[in-house]
Each structure stands twice: as C-alpha cells, then as structure tokens.
Write a protein that binds this ligand. Sequence first.
Ligand SMILES: Cc1cc2nc3c(=O)[nH]c(=O)nc-3n(C[C@H](O)[C@H](O)[C@H](O)COP(=O)(O)OP(=O)(O)OC[C@H]3O[C@@H](n4cnc5c(N)ncnc54)[C@H](O)[C@@H]3O)c2cc1C
Length: 446
Amino acid sequence: MAKIVVIGVNHAGTAATNTVLDNYSGNDVVAFDSNDNISYLGCGTALYVGRQIPETDCLFYSSKAALESRGAKIHMQTTVESIDFDNKKVFARTAGGAEMEESYDKLILATGSRPVVPKLPGIDLAGVHYVKLYQDGQKIDADLNNPEVKRVATIGAGYIGVEIAEAAKRRGKDSLLFEMQDSCLAGYFDKDFTSGMDKALADNGVELHYGESLKEIRSSNGTRVTSIVTDRGEYEADLVIMSIGFTPKNEVAGGKLDLFANGAFLVNANQQTSKPDVYAIGDCATVINNASGTTDYIALATNAVRSGIVAGHNVCGTALQSAGVQGSNGIMIYDYKMFSTGLCLDKARKAGFDPVHVDYEDTQKFSFMSVNNDIVKLRIIYDKTSRRIIGTQLASYVDVSMALHMFSLAIAKGMTINELPLLDIFFMPHFNQAFNYITMAGLVAK
Ligand SMILES: Cc1cc2nc3c(=O)[nH]c(=O)nc-3n(C[C@H](O)[C@H](O)[C@H](O)COP(=O)(O)OP(=O)(O)OC[C@H]3O[C@@H](n4cnc5c(N)ncnc54)[C@H](O)[C@@H]3O)c2cc1C
C-alpha cells in the first residue's frame, strides 16, 4: 500500500494512473493537472480544424470522473508549484489561488512539454497561435471562422506544421508553410525522400517556403498580425501558427533532478529519475533509443503511454523495464502517407554510425490488381560495418503502415540487412507481390 502522487494527468499520467488502478488494489492515487481536461488527442487538432472530423468530443478518452470512479483523486486546474523531495511533499495551487499540500511515498512526474516560443519581435501579437492544447485548437478554429482571415502562415514543417498547413488550406485559406531546413519532416525523413510529400502539399495549393527563417512578425494596425518577415522577404499573413518544436516542462523539480541536454528529466529503464521514489514519464522525460543505443528525447504519445505503464508497475513494486523506442511515426497529408522508424541518414551519422542505405520502389501489388494499388517507396538505412538496420522510411498513397511495425521490431531486435531477403513474408495478390519490395530491398542491398 502506497500513496502515489502523479503531477500531470494527460497521456502519460493517465496511463500511469490506470496501470496502478488496473493492476494493484489498495493504493492511494492522487493526481494534479493545471488544465481543465484530460487525455486530449493533439493529433485531432488538425483533423478538426481541417473539418476532416465534425467535432472534438471524440478526441478525449478519459476524464476526471472516469478516473475518480475507479478510485483515484484528481485535482484539475491545480498546478503543483514545488516539491520538497527530502520530506516527500508536493505543494500545489488551485486556479482560485487556494494552496494545497500532499505527501507521497512515490511520485510520478508527467508534466509533459510546451511549445517552443522564439524571442522574436511581434511574437506576442494577436493572431499568433501555438498547437498543443485543446484550447489552442479552439483558438485557431475561431480565428479561421473569421472571413477577414485569408492568409495563414505556418512556421515549422515538422509533422504538426505540415498537418496544420493542410488544415488551413482545407478551410479555404491561403496556406503558406515556412521551414528553416531545406525540406519538411526533417527530423524523421531524409531530404531526398520527402519529394512526394512536397508534391502532395503543392498540388493541393499549400505554398512551400523551405530554407527560410522567421525573423519578425509585424502588425500594420499595432495589435493583430498582418505580415511576417523571413530572411528572404515579407509576406502578408492574417494568422500565424507556430510549430517549431516542444520543450520539456521541468520547472516543478526546481533544478533538483538530473536533466538531459534539452531539459528533460533523465530516467533509467524503470523511468526512475536521479532521486529515489521519483519517476518521470512522457514528454518531460528521456527515452532509450534502440536505434542509436543512447538516451534520447522523442516526444510522442506512444512513448508517453508506454512509459506511464512502466512507471505504474514500478511504483507498485514490479520492476518492469522499458523496451526502449525506435521513434516510429506516421503522417498522412492529402492521402499521401509517410512512415519512419529509427534514424534518418543525418541522425545516424551524428550518432556515430557509418550509414548506408538501400532504396526500392515498386507497386504494392501486381499491376493487374488495380484496386488500392500504388507505388511504394522504401528506404532502409543500415550500418556499413555491423550491417545492423538502424532506420526505415516508407512513402505511398497505399496504407503501408503495418510494414513499418516490422522494421521497428527489426531495429529493436538488432536485425541485420543480411537477414532480410530470407525473412518469411507471405504473398497473396490481394495484398502484395511475390517478390515484394521488402525482400527485394534486402536482395539488392550492397
Ligand atoms: C498537435 C499535436 C499532434 C500530435 N500528434 C501525435 C501523433 O499523431 N502521435 C503521437 O504519438 N504523438 C503525437 N503528439 C505528441 C503527443 O501529444 C505528446 O507526446 C503527448 O501529449 C505527451 O503526453 P504527456 O502526458 O507526456 O504530456 P502532455 O500532453 O504535455 O501533458 C502534460 C500534462 O501535465 C500538466 N502539467 C504540467 N505541469 C504541471 C504542474 N506543475 N502541475 C500540474 N499539472 C501540470 C499539463 O497541464 C498537461 O495536462 C502530438 C502533439 C501535438 C501537440
């Protein structure tokens, strides 16, 4: 029997809380969250803003009521401001200003991340938005309802920026996408692999500005954004959506826990921080990257949920270890789908590998199968010396997401490119080809 306090009860905190409630009876679980909602699926913001789904209720899978009906005590709109690690107490403040104190036996930090806000002139103007919370999506949506808002500038072409640029275009606005790197989705895909995504965006009217850095946001009326300035020029914009990355929220620990280079709480495979009985999970914590074999920071809901499960078991006495992650991800823009896992070439070099890659392109099925068939692009990255597979990228109009899971497992288990050609891959004309692109990539790899 333990008193378990959880700070932050979104994806990671909810997973940890549910793990404790599902598997161990008799514990006292108390959770705090600054926000007024639990479990918002951020991936739904672009879907709703772009009206690919009609409403937002479906984007929540838990609530204070759901967790409390199972025995937890949840304090919403209550921010934990400090922690006394020596005496095992947290100090919180409600939205109304009331102070609270709670002791713990085990503490789980699930404080997540916040959008990066660059220090640039005009950043505080009305009409400049971020994409993180449910409330952020609602503000963007309300602004897009304004017929005066005609041109939307999205800053940052990571997966969130690309999705929101598509959503703005779907809402009938001029949509301009700015990215300081030379390509979109740069953290996940090699530059020469993203041409299909660029084509899907451009063919559907999204104006692409790669290799261009935001310098200033301007207002001709002194209040609301009217243009942005980059290192290449000035562009009219009635709405600016900032999506240049996230930074872990660590201030609650008051500098008393060991941190990773970007400020995430450093954790071991049991999600334990540098203090006994204090665990960290989700976007505020590090992960173990199986592709590089190093500690890393990869902010994904999938990692948040898995780390929450690991911490939930550990705080109740079961020494469960994380299996590590590969950073597997996927995106679909105007029906064009891209998936990746592990390291892209640039990241592989930075991680100290001597990476080589094999590309293979073919239709998913035989050409005589005309339904739901299209070209699939596959890139497998492996280390020249060890031959170990360290990254994979896939792109197609066909849904090939399931193939990515196999490569994710291959990386996790240290599979080499030499093992790929003889891997048992089934064949059936409705689904694939006898000499499919996975087998073929393995056969032609040098
Ligand atoms: C637009 C968007 C789309 C995304 N799409 C995907 C996707 O398709 N797939 C995917 O895997 N991931 C996706 N992600 C990433 C995913 O949403 C995050 O990785 C996930 O939210 C992390 O969950 P978390 O619980 O660790 O942190 P958060 O979601 O950041 O939640 C942290 C919680 O802690 C609370 N909190 C913080 N500090 C305190 C405090 N001191 N006291 C009390 N409460 C506190 C906050 O209010 C918040 O509710 C997306 C993210 C965004 C923004």
